[in-house]
Ligand binder design. Structure first.
Ligand code: MOS
Length: 756
C-alpha cells in the first residue's frame, strides 16, 4: 500500500550524505525545499478553477446576529456566493460531530451553524469569488447587525467566578495534595507568599492558517490544510459534513510552524469545505494575520504561591493555586500547578486549579501548555525564597532535589537534572556570581544573572508505521505524521537508515497524508518516541524478514539478528563483510519487487505507570537593565536539557534554542491586550504584538545531558525535545532582572513600565 505518494513532494537527503547514526548533527532533508520554494504550503497548492474565500469576522463579543446584509457584497463583479448561517450547506447538529481528536470537554464551536456569537472575531460569513481581491473587497461590504449581550473578558475582575473544572466534562484529573501545607507554612521559620500573573499570548507561526480544498471529479475532496495532524482534520471534516472516510483526504506535507495552534482544526477548514460543497468546485480560504488572533491563545493565568523552608533551606511547604480563563463553550484545562508537586522534595504540598468562563474563543495549547506559566510562577517563587534564606538559588534547588516524585510517590524513569545544573552552571560561569542584587554594573546598565529549572512530560502515544524495501534498494518508511518545522522528516529517516545500515539518501520518510498509517497529532513532544519508536519497530521487523531470506545462503545458517550486520545495503555475519549479500539481490532471488513490514507502536503502559516520566532542564541567563529607560536585554543564555537519547543533535538543539527565543519573548515582549469595553483583542498584528526579533536574542548555548530512558522509549531511549526548551526561561529572565535591580517582577511580560 504505502509507496511514495507522487505529488506529496517528499524530501530525501541529498546524494553523498552517507551513513548517519543517532546523536549526529544532520541537516534537515526538507531544508532545501523549504528555502527554495519547492515546498508548497496549504495556501500555495494550485487547483484548476479555484475559487477564493475570505472570512467576515464578527465584531461583538456576545449576542446574536440579527441580520446580515450581503447585497452590496454580491454586487461586486466576480463574487460567486456569500455563505452565512442562513444558507450554508448541511452540517451535523450534535456536539460530538465537532469534537476533533484533541477537543477539550464541552461543546465545540460550530462555524456558521447558528446566529449565536461567542467571541469578538468569530467568523460570521464567507465570501467566495473568482479572485482573492474581489472576495476581500466584497467581504468588507458585508453588513452585520447584532443583538448584543453583556460580556466578560476580564479574568482578574472575575476571579470570584472560578470553578473547579468538571472532571467528566474536561477529562481532567484534579491535581493532588500531600501532607498539610497550610499547617507547615504557618509554623515554618522562613517563607514567602505572593501572586503571579501571565498575560495572554498568541502563537503567530509564520504561515497563516489556510485550507485549499481540491474538488475532484467524483466529488472527492483533497484538502491541503495547515494542521498538526492530517488525520485529525480528515476526521473532523468527515464528521461535521457527514462524508465517508473515502471521500476526504487531508494533506499537510509542509507546515510553517504551528506550536499547538494546529492541534485542532481551525475554522478556515470547515469554511473552505462549505464553499467547495456548496459550489462543487475547488475553494481556498486563507486567514489574515488579524484573524489568526481570533481562534485560540495561551490563556491568561493568575497564581498564588506560598513556599516555606526551615533555616537550613529545606522546603517545608509548597502551596500553589492557579486560575485560568476558558470559554463559555469548552472547559479548556492546562497542567499548570502539577509541576510544583514533582519538581522538589517536600512532604507538604497543596495544589489547586480553577477556571473562569470568558466570552473569548476557547484557549488552545501553546508550546509547553501549562508548564510555561506554571513553572514561571514556581521558579520565581523559588528564587524569592532563596533570597529570604540568603542562599544561592542553585544551591537552594540542589538542597531540595527530588530523587523521586514526592507527590505521586513514584521513581523517575530517568532524571539527569543534576547533570543539567552542573553542565549549565559550568558553561555559564555561575560560581562567580555575587549573591547580592545590584552588585554588577556595566556602564549605564545593571547586570544580573538568573537561573531556573524546567520540566515537561515525556509522552508516548499510538502510531502505525510501514517500511517498504524496494528491489532497487530504496527504503520508504511512512506514517501520517507531521513536520511542523521540527525535523520529523530528517529524524525518522535517520532512525530507519541507522537501523538498516543504509546511507541516508537511500531512505525516504513519507508523512503528511491522512491515508498513510495512523499517527497522532504532532504535539506534546511525542513524535520521536511515538512515530520514531514505530519506525524502529518496522525496520527491526524488516531486518528479521531479510535475515530469513539470507538464511538460504550457507554463511547465514542458524544466525540470529544479533549475529549479523546491515551495512551499506548489504547483510553479513558479524565481522565477515566478505560474506555480504546485497539486500536488492535478496529481493531478486525471492522474486519480490518489494518487502513491506508494518509495526504498531504502543506505550509500555504497565511499565510506565510505575514511573514519573519527564524531561528536565536548567536555564541560565544574563540580563542588562537600563534603569532610566526600563529596558531589559538578555545578553547570554545557556540551556542544559536532559531529554533521553538525542537522535539528531542539530535539529534537537534547534528545537531547544528556538524555544529559548520564545521564552525570552514571553518574558519581555509578548502580550495580547484586550479592550474590555469591546471584549476584543486589540493588538492583532506584528506592529503592536511584539515578538522577539534578532536584535533581542543573544547567542544561545544548548547542552544535552547524557541520558537514556528505556521506560519511555524501549526502542530509542529518547524522551522528546519540542517543548522543554521554553519552560523556565521566563523565570530565569525575571530572576536575572531581580539580581540586576533588586526589583521583584512577578508577571510576564516584563515591559519597561514595570521595570521603571
Ligand atoms: Mo504542542 S503545544 O503539543 O504543539
Amino acid at each position: 500500500m504505502t509507496d511514495l505518494i507522487p505529488d506529496l513532494r517528499t524530501p530525501t537527503a541529498p546524494e553523498g550524505t552517507g551513513r548517519v547514526h543517532s546523536g549526529m548533527a544532520v541537516s534537515r532533508t526538507d531544508g532545501r525545499a523549504k528555502v527554495t520554494g519547492a515546498a508548497h504550503y496549504a495556501a500555495e497548492i494550485p487547483a484548476p478553477d479555484l475559487a477564493y474565500g475570505v472570512v467576515v469576522s464578527g465584531t461583538v463579543a456576545r449576542g446574536h446576529i440579527k441580520a446580515i446584509d450581503t447585497e452590496a457584497a454580491r454586487g461586486v463583479p466576480g463574487v460567486i456566493d456569500v455563505i452565512t448561517h442562513e444558507n450554508r450547506p448541511k452540517m451535523r447538529g450534535n456536539d460530538l460531530a465537532y469534537k476533533d481528536m484533541t477537543a477539550p470537554g464541552g461543546s465545540p464551536f460550530r462555524p456558521l451553524f447558528s446566529s449565536r456569537v461567542f467571541w469578538s472575531g468569530q467568523p460570521v460569513a464567507l465570501v467566495v469569488a473568482e479572485t482573492f481581491e474581489a472576495a476581500r473587497h466584497a467581504a468588507s461590504l458585508v453588513r452585520v447587525t447584532y443583538d448584543i449581550e453583556e460580556h466578560d473578558t476580564n479574568l482578574l475582575a472575575t476571579l470570584n467566578r472560578a470553578y473547579k473544572p468538571r472532571p467528566m466534562k474536561a477529562g481532567f484529573t484534579p491535581p493532588g495534595s500531600k501532607g498539610d501545607a497550610d499547617q507547615a507554612f504557618a509554623t515554618a521559620p522562613v517563607k514567602i507568599e505572593a501572586e503571579y500573573y501571565n498575560a495572554v499570548e498568541h502563537h503567530n507561526p509564520m504561515e497563516m492558517f489556510a485550507s485549499t480544498v481540491v474538488y475532484g471529479e467524483d466529488g472527492h475532496l483533497t484538502i491541503y490544510d495547515k494542521t498538526q495532524s492530517s488525520q485529525n482534520s480528515r476526521w473532523y471534516v468527515s464528521h461535521v459534513f457527514g462524508l465517508s472516510k473515502n471521500k476526504v483526504t487531508v494533506r499537510n506535507p509542509y507546515v510553517g510552524g504551528a506550536f499547538g495552534s494546529g492541534l485542532r482544526p481551525q475554522y478556515q477548514l470547515p469554511l473552505a469545505v462549505m464553499g467547495a460543497l456548496k459550489l462543487k468546485r475547488s475553494v481556498r480560504v486563507v486567514l489574515t494575520r488579524r484573524q489568526m488572533f481570533s481562534f485560540g491563545h495561551r490563556p491568561e493565568t493568575w497564581h498564588k504561591i506560598k513556599l516555606a523552608a526551615d533555616r537550613d533551606g529545606k522546603l517545608q511547604a509548597v502551596w500553589h493555586e492557579a486560575i485560568q480563563e476558558t470559554s463559555r463553550l469548552e472547559d479548556y484545562v492546562e497542567v499548570v500547578v502539577n509541576w510544583s508537586g514533582q519538581l522538589y522534595a517536600c512532604d507538604n504540598i497543596h495544589l489547586g486549579y480553577q477556571l473562569v468562563e470568558q466570552d473569548r474563543a476557547t484557549p488552545i495549547d501553546m508550546r509547553a501548555p501549562g508548564a510555561a506559566h506554571g513553572v514561571h510562577a514556581l521558579e520565581v517563587a523559588m528564587d524569592e525564597l532563596a533570597y529570604e534564606l540568603r542562599m544561592d538559588p542553585l544551591a537552594f534547588r540542589l538542597k531540595n532535589y527530588a530523587e523521586h516524585n514526592h507527590l505521586e510517590d513514584k521513581p523517575f524513569s530517568s532524571k539527569e537534572l543534576r547533570q543539567c545544573y552542573r553542565l549549565g552552571a559550568e558553561r555559564f560561569g555561575w560560581k562567580d556570581r555575587p549573591v547580592e542584587p545590584r552588585s554588577m554594573r556595566d556602564g549605564d546598565e545593571l547586570v544580573g544573572w538568573g537561573m531556573a529549572t524546567g520540566i515537561w512530560d515525556s509522552l508516548v502515544m499510538i502510531a502505525r508505521v510501514s517500511a517498504v524495501l524496494h528491489a532497487d534498494g530504496r527504503l520508504v518508511v511512512s506514517s501520517a505524521a507531521s513536520d511542523i518545522g521540527t525535523g520529523t522528516y530528517t529524524v525518522m529517516a535517520m532512525i530507519a537508515a541507522e537501523r538498516l545500515g543504509l546511507p541516508l539518501e537511500r531512505v525516504t520518510f513519507q508523512l503528511g497524508d491522512s491515508t498513510l498509517p495512523l499517527a497522532p497529532v504532532e504535539g506534546g513532544s511525542s513524535h520521536v518516541t511515538t512515530v520514531g519508536g514505530g519506525v524502529a519497530g518496522a525496520c527491526d521487523k524488516l531486518k528479521a524478514t531479510l535475515l530469513k531470506l539470507a538464511q538460504k545462503a550457507p554463511a547465514f545458517k542458524g544466525l540470529k539478528l544479533k549475529d549479523v550486520e546491515f551495512n551499506d545495503g548489504r547483510i553479513h555475519p558479524h565481522g565477515q563483510p566478505e560474506q555480504g549479500i546485497l539486500l536488492s539481490d535478496l529481493l531478486a532471488q525471492a522474486g519480490r519487487e518489494r518487502i513491506e513490514e508494518k509495526y504498531l507502536m504502543t506505550p509500555q503502559m504497565l511499565k510506565q505507570r510505575k514511573f514519573s516520566r519527564a524531561v528536565h532542564s536548567a536555564v541560565f541567563v544574563e540580563v542588562r537593565v537600563n534603569e532610566r529607560l526600563g529596558m531589559v536585554r538578555v545578553t547570554r543564555a545557556v540551556s542544559a536539557v536532559a531529554a533521553g537519547r538525542i537522535i539528531n543533535a542539530k535539529t534537537a538543539a534547534s528545537q531547544v534554542s528556538g524555544a529559548v527565543v520564545w521564552g525570552i519573548s514571553q518574558a519581555l515582549h509578548e502580550e495580547t491586550f484586550t479592550d474590555h469595553r469591546l471584549g476584543r483583542f486589540m493588538n492583532h498584528n506584528y506592529a503592536e504584538y511584539h515578538v522577539a526579533v534578532n536584535k533581542d536574542i543573544p547567542a544561545i548555548e544548548v547542552i544535552f545531558a547524557d541520558e537514556e530512558d528505556r521506560i519511555v522509549s524501549k526502542q530509542l531511549g529518547a524522551k522528546g525535545v519540542g517543548e522543554i526548551g521554553i519552560v523556565g526561561v521566563a523565570a530565569a529572565v525575571a530572576n536575572a532582572v531581580f539580581h540586576a535591580t533588586g526589583k521583584r517582577l512577578r508577571t510576564t511580560p516584563i515591559t519597561p513600565d514595570k521595570v521603571l
